[in-house]
Structures are given as structure tokens and as C-alpha cells.
Design a binder for this molecule. Structure first.
Ligand SMILES: Cc1ncc(COP(=O)(O)O)c(C=O)c1O
Length: 432
């Protein structure tokens, strides 16, 4: 669709600008203070898990499958919590470890352990010279920050509607031994909300990396976070690897992660790691040095509250009831205000926590700044690219989950106005 501002003559453009400036003055006078920056659950979502706080009491049985949750023991986590993770991820029980809250910490720890001690019999990454990590963009800033912290060159890879550009991924992973990993959020990706297609997952599973110590970091953070009863289907990467035959070279291709952060209480939950048995044994060696065992009381509370996949699905339906209206409001406001202008596109997720917005080239920073001036905090422009550097300066991550519906509505009014003002200004600048 053509940019309407480009088709206007100078007088029309000026008249439109005056009208938008007037709208901005009205919004400024409201002295708004709204935050649409990070993907946090809202208060009502958090309250859904309060009953979990009543489950463990001083007279509760604190054993789980014969394991005493209240004392040291079982460094790989409570049996029932492991089973829940195995069922959610669709992997054998033996391949799963349950840790404390924060899957991000497991990701960091794995990278740190390979950095210092190596994996698959290879030299530590710290001794292998300049290394690369692939970063599908737009992506999750905290992923990119971890690999940047360890000195990797974060290499952007384009995201398509069905996942990362696999021609590019295959080319780099299979020909360049300095490529050691790739960040993936395969379901309801942060921030696009897309789910990788069956073909993309199969191509990942069939990768023949040039580096034996290459790993896919498969962060299934939004595995059960559907907005609609009919959720996106993600092919199970471990099933596909298995169906490719038992090839020991590929024994360690994938580390998969998930957590209860957006099921129960973010920061106070449990997280899961699934990997090949060889990688599991490797990981446990460093785990055993770091702690005797995880916080099993929290694990116990979680599995008593959410004992199986069915309980998780029922619980997530309640989250969806609260989130769906917010996502639908984003879609409605963006399409009403911008749908006919030809200046922006955005994604239409059916799950997850974000909408990814693409404005005109060179607009994102200015939109975020303009919104801040009108009292609306957005995720920083560029955050979805490695080092916060979006070369097109066009992507903005919309995080609609935290504000109330009224606050979100007000924030979106400001947002679409800022998009129009900046797009119009870019057109004026183009005309000189
Ligand atoms: C893709 C992704 N992974 C991980 C996390 C953080 O998860 P955790 O709280 O388990 O560290 C988030 C949080 O926003 C996320 O979006």
C-alpha cells in the first residue's frame, strides 16, 4: 500500500500536519504517565496464582514421590516437577532438569560453562578466538545481551513469517565453525509472536554444524501462552532429531528452555532445561558445583497447584481471558488509525506477549521519543536488535500485557499519533 503522505500535495500535507499537531497538544495537556515498555503480566494475571500461596502450610506433607522437598537432595529437581516439564515439552523424563526461577539464568550458565570449560570435547569458547552467535531479528534483547557480554559477534538473521531465514542459517552454521549458537524463541516469538513452521523446525533439526560445539538455544518461553483455544502448533524439535536417526555427532544439538515465569509469579517460579543425555550429564557437572539442589519447596508448591498439563492448560485459559482483549485492542487501534495509510505494518500474534511494529525507515527512535514526550514509555527503539542497533531504525516492540485496558487504549492513542507525526515529518524532510 502506498504511503498516503507521499501522495498528498504540499498544502494537504501541511493541513494534515496542523491537525496532528493540534491532537498532540490536546494529548499533552492530559499529562499522561503510561508504561508500555516491558512484557510483564498484569496484576489480574498475577492474582490468578495467589491460591498457590495457600497450598503449603506447616502441616503439609512435604514429600514428592518419596523425595523430601524440605531438605537437600535431588540436584536435578523434584520428580513431579521434572515430569511436568517433560510432558509440557514433549521430551523423555530423563532428559529434563528442573531449576529455580529464571530460564534466562540457565541460558547464561550454559554459555558461561562452555566459555570456561568447553563442550563436546572442544576447547573452551574463550580459547577459540572471535566467535559468532546468530540472532534472528527482531528478537529478545536479553538473549542478545548475554552473548554480547561474552564477546560474541552477534550476527543478525532475518525473521520471516514462519521463522528465521533458514537458507542463511544453514549457510552460516554449516560452513563457518566460528558460529557457535543461535537464539530461537520458536513459539509466539518475542517480539513478532510468530511460531516456527514445521519445515523450519525440521531444517533446524537436520543442521550439520561445522562446529561440534554449536548449539541451538531453543527458548520455549511461550510454549503454553495461547490467546485462543486453537493455539499455534509447534513441531517438537527433539522428535524430529530422533526421527533423523541416532547420530552421535548431533547428540548435542539443542538446549531447550521453559519456565513458569508467565504462568505463575515471574521471578518466583521454576524453570526447565531439556537436552540430549550427553549434554545433560555435561551440564550437571557444573550444576553440582554451583549448588547442592534447587529450591524444591517452590517446585512442590508449583506441582501441587499445577499438577499436570491439563491443569496448566486450564490455568493458561484464564491468562488468555485477560490478555486477549488487550491484543485485540492493539489490533483494532492500529488498523483503524494506520491501516489505510501505508506507513506501517505489524504482526497479529495468536499468543505470547508482544506485537512487533514496523514503521517507516528512520522512524522508530523518533516515535519512541515523541511518545515519551506525551507521557508514554515504549520499549527502547532498537532493543530488538543486537547491541540495540536497528540499522533500519524501524522496529518497535509493543508490550500490551501490563497496562489496564483503559491505560492501553490511552497509550495506543498516543502511539498511533506519534507514528503519523513522524511519518509525515519524514515525508516533509524528503521534500526538503
Ligand atoms: C523469550 C523469553 N525468554 C525468557 C524470558 C525470561 O524468562 P525467565 O523469567 O524464565 O528467565 C522472557 C521474558 O520476557 C522471554 O521473553
Amino acid at each position: 500500500m502506498a504511503n498516503v503522505y507521499r501522495m498528498m500535495d504540499d498544502a494537504e500535507l501541511q493541513a494534515t500536519k496542523d491537525a496532528l499537531d493540534h491532537e498532540a497538544e490536546v494529548l499533552a495537556s492530559k499529562l499522561l504517565r503510561l508504561d508500555m515498555a516491558r512484557g510483564k503480566p498484569n496484576k489480574d494475571q498475577i492474582n490468578l496464582s495467589r491460591p498457590m500461596l495457600d497450598i503449603l502450610a506447616s502441616d503439609s506433607d512435604l514429600t514428592d514421590d518419596g523425595v523430601d522437598a524440605s531438605n537437600y537432595g535431588v540436584s536435578d529437581g523434584l520428580p513431579t516437577a521434572r515430569k511436568l516439564g517433560a510432558d509440557l515439552l514433549g521430551v523423555p523424563y530423563e532428559q529434563v532438569i528442573v531449576e529455580n526461577s529464571a530460564s534466562l539464568e540457565i541460558m547464561y550458565n550454559i554459555i558461561s560453562a562452555i566459555w570456561s570449560h568447553g563442550i563436546s570435547g572442544e576447547k573452551p569458547w574463550s580459547e577459540q578466538g572471535q566467535l559468532k552467535f546468530l540472532c534472528p531479528v527482531p528478537g529478545y534483547d536479553r538473549h542478545f545481551a548475554i552473548t554480547e557480554h561474552f564477546g560474541f559477534e552477534n550476527v543478525p538473521v532475518a525473521m520471516n513469517d514462519d521463522g528465521p531465514d533458514m537458507d542463511e542459517v544453514c549457510r552460516m552454521v554449516e560452513t563457518d565453525a566460528s558460529v557457535k549458537g543461535i537464539w530461537c524463541v520458536p513459539k509466539y516469538a518475542n517480539p513478532t509472536g510468530i511460531t516456527y513452521s514445521d519445515e523450519v523446525v525440521r531444517r533446524f533439526a537436520a543442521l550439520k554444524p561445522a562446529a561440534p560445539d554449536f548449539r541451538i538455544f531453543w527458548d520455549n518461553a511461550y510454549i503454553v501462552h495461547h490467546l485462543y483455544d486453537e493455539g499455534d502448533e509447534l513441531t517438537n524439535i527433539f522428535d524430529v532429531i530422533d526421527s533423523n536417526g541416532d547420530d552421535t555427532e548431533r547428540d548435542g544439538l539443542v538446549f531447550e528452555f521453559a519456565s513458569t515465569s508467565k504462568l505463575t509469579f515471574p521471578g518466583s517460579g521454576i524453570s526447565w532445561l531439556a537436552s540430549s543425555m550427553v549434554d545433560r550429564a555435561w551440564y550437571e557437572r557444573s550444576l553440582a558445583l554451583r549448588r547442592v539442589c534447587p529450591n524444591k519447596m517452590v517446585q512442590l508448591a508449583h506441582v501441587r497447584f499445577l499438577p499436570d498439563v491439563d491443569a496448566v492448560s486450564q490455568h493458561m485459559k484464564k491468562h488468555a481471558e485477560l490478555l486477549r482483549p488487550r491484543f485485540e485492542l492493539v489490533e483494532k487501534r492500529l488498523s483503524e488509525a494506520l491501516g489505510e495509510l501505508g506507513i506501517a505494518t505489524w504482526t497479529h500474534p495468536r499468543g505470547g506477549y508482544f506485537v512487533s511494529f514496523e514503521g517507516p525507515e528512520g522512524s522508530a527512535q523518533a516515535i519512541v521519543r515523541a511518545a515519551a514526550e506525551l507521557g508514554v514509555t515504549l520499549t527502547g527503539a532498537g532493543a530488538t536488535w543486537p547491541s540495540g542497533n536497528d540499522p533500519h531504525d524501524s522496529n518497535i516492540r509493543i508490550a500490551p500485557t501490563y497496562p489496564s485496558l483503559d491505560e492501553l487504549d490511552a497509550a495506543l492513542e498516543v502511539f498511533v499519533l506519534c507514528v503519523k507525526m513522524v511519518a509525515l515529518r519524514l515525508e516533509l524532510e524528503r521534500r526538503g
